[in-house]
Structures are given as C-alpha cells and as structure tokens.
Design a protein around this ligand. Structure first.
Ligand code: API
Length: 294
C-alpha cells in the first residue's frame, strides 16, 4: 500500500525556497527521491523541505526533518524554520513553539508584526564539532584558500557549526564580484570538510551590519541562508569585526541575528506563503490545491 498524499505549502524565507510538508499523523518520511523529483519540477523547485512530524520528545510540539534539494538531510535551516512557524501559527493560532530537530531543541516565536524569531541554539567552534578533517586549534581562521598561492582570491575562512557546517570567507569588495558559483562547489566538497560545508562570503560594513552571499551544501546558490547568516554574525563577533547584534543583508533581504550572553543565537526575519498542494512523500508526485471556491 502506498503512503497517502500529504499536504504541503510552498513558501520562502527571504527568497530561500522552502517546501513545508505536513507529515503529522503518518509514520511516512519524505524520501530523498521525492525531494529530487519535486526539485526537478520548475513549479516546485526548492532549496529545502521542512517536514513537520509528530513530536518524539515530551515538551516539544513537533519533530522537524530537513532535506536539501539534492535529497541530502541537513541539521539546521533557519529560513525554513521561520516558514514552519508561520504555517503552524496561521493554522493553530499558537505563537510560541518548541521544535526538535536532529541537531537539538529549538524555540521560536511569531511576533505581532509577523516577523519570526528562531533560537537556533548555541554555536560550535571545535574542529571536530564542525567537523573539520584535521585539528585546528583556532577555527576563527583556518588554512584554506582559493586562487594562486601567492595571491589568493579568498583565504583564512572562519569555520563553525550551527548544527550544520559553515565556512565564512571575509572580503573587502562587493560580494557580487566573486565567482561563488564557480568555487562554491569546490569548497563545499573540499576534503577539509568531511560532512561538506555551506560556503559564504561576507563583507562587514559596520559594527552592526554585513552583506553576504552563500553557496549552500546540497542546494547551491540560494537567495538567503538563515544558518549561514547566524554563522557569519557569530564569526564576525568572534573575530572582533562586529558587535553581537548584526543586520545581515543577503540577496533576498535582511535578517537580524543576535548572539546572546547565554551563547544562544537568535535569528529574526520574515516568511512568505506562495501556494499549497498535496504530494506523495515517496515519489514526489504532486498536485496544486485548487483555490477554495470563492
Ligand atoms: N544547506 C544547508 C541546510 C539549509 C540551510 C539554509 N537554507 C538555512 O536557511 O539555514 C545544509 O545542508 O547545512
């Protein structure tokens, strides 16, 4: 017997293309094959699927699984979490949520102005937590570069984890002047990153603002990346480039990230609903929900 079709909402978080899949009440999981098939259709092309499952742990509202568009599973997705909060808040009226993911417990809130804050947890800096393939005593700047040895285009990125691995390269020129589409996949798959990595380039413009672009692990160039925004803000503060509340401007728009005194990283920004439908979580076959009769 095939799994019944499930509801989904096509949404975005600052242009980061998200599918929120309602897997509550079923033991089925969204398969990597379904993710690849949905991404192959221009109408449902996405960066991440956020699959909402029944809770696994007392005290949590839901368990959330994250799949990239290549079918790989991810441990964190900030923009996707904001979309999950907006979808659930509009359905239930609930405004405060506690989620469990493979990386841990996250809390989130939809504010009266519609913006959503997600506590993305604590950053990890240890080389083996990120993880990196070899020991680095100081992950604020690791030995990795792009371009000629004597005149690298990019070098000495800050490495860390927000549950998922990130490398942030610091630049002093317009972030659009770098061929991120060319060297992103090389760095994503570099042997220094045994679990691959999300690759960002960031230009600090003041003590409380930076501009960045990201090549995402398992998804490629995206218009925004929430966990990368958290990684860039924490890394900028950690290297003395900014204070601990930073406005992050990405191609899709601006997020605010605060690295709090309790070490938690809180990201605040919008989410947007586009359309709804149903899909088969095993195959990715889908149908748009007909607009409800007026
Ligand atoms: N590509 C990421 C997951 C999604 C991150 C991004 N979309 C976000 O908003 O955090 C990874 O494999 O770690």
């Amino acid at each position: 017997m095939t799994a019944p079709d499930v509801q989904f909402a096509k949404m975005n978080g600052l242009g980061n293309e998200i599918i929120v899949a309602d897997m509550r009440g079923t033991s089925a999981r969204v398969s990597p094959a379904a993710a690849v098939a949905l991404n192959a259709d221009p109408a449902t092309k996405f960066d991440q699927i956020m699959a909402i499952h029944d809770p696994k742990t007392a005290g949590t509202d839901y368990y959330v699984e994250i799949l990239n568009s290549d079918g790989s599973r991810a441990q964190a997705c900030g923009n996707g979490m904001r979309c999950v909060v907006q979808a659930l808040a509009s359905e239930t009226g609930q405004k405060l949520f506690t989620f469990e993911t493979v990386a841990g417990i996250l809390s989130a809130q939809e504010h009266a102005d519609g913006l959503i804050s997600v506590d993305m947890g604590v950053p990890r800096f240890g080389w083996d937590d990120i993880p990196l393939a070899e020991e680095f005593a100081d992950t604020r700047a690791i030995e990795l570069q792009v371009g000629p040895i004597d005149n690298p285009v990019l070098h000495s990125p800050s490495a860390m984890s927000m549950g998922n691995p990130h490398a942030v390269f610091w630049v002093d020129r317009d972030v659009w002047s770098y061929d991120l589409d060319r060297f992103g996949p090389l760095l994503e798959n570099h042997p220094i990153f045994p679990e691959k990595a999300n690759i960002s380039i960031a230009q600090v413009v003041s003590r409380d603002a930076l501009i960045m672009r990201t090549w995402e692990r398992g998804a490629g160039l995206t218009r925004a990346c929430g966990s990368a925004a958290c990684a860039a803000a924490v890394s900028a503060a950690r290297t003395g480039r900014t204070d601990r509340i930073v406005r992050i401007t990405q191609p899709g728009g601006t997020l605010t990230v605060e690295w709090r005194g309790n070490d938690h990283v809180v990201m605040t920004g919008p989410a947007e609903w586009e359309f709804s439908g149903t899909f088969d979580p095993a195959t990715g076959t889908w149908a748009r929900e007909t607009e409800s009769a007026a």
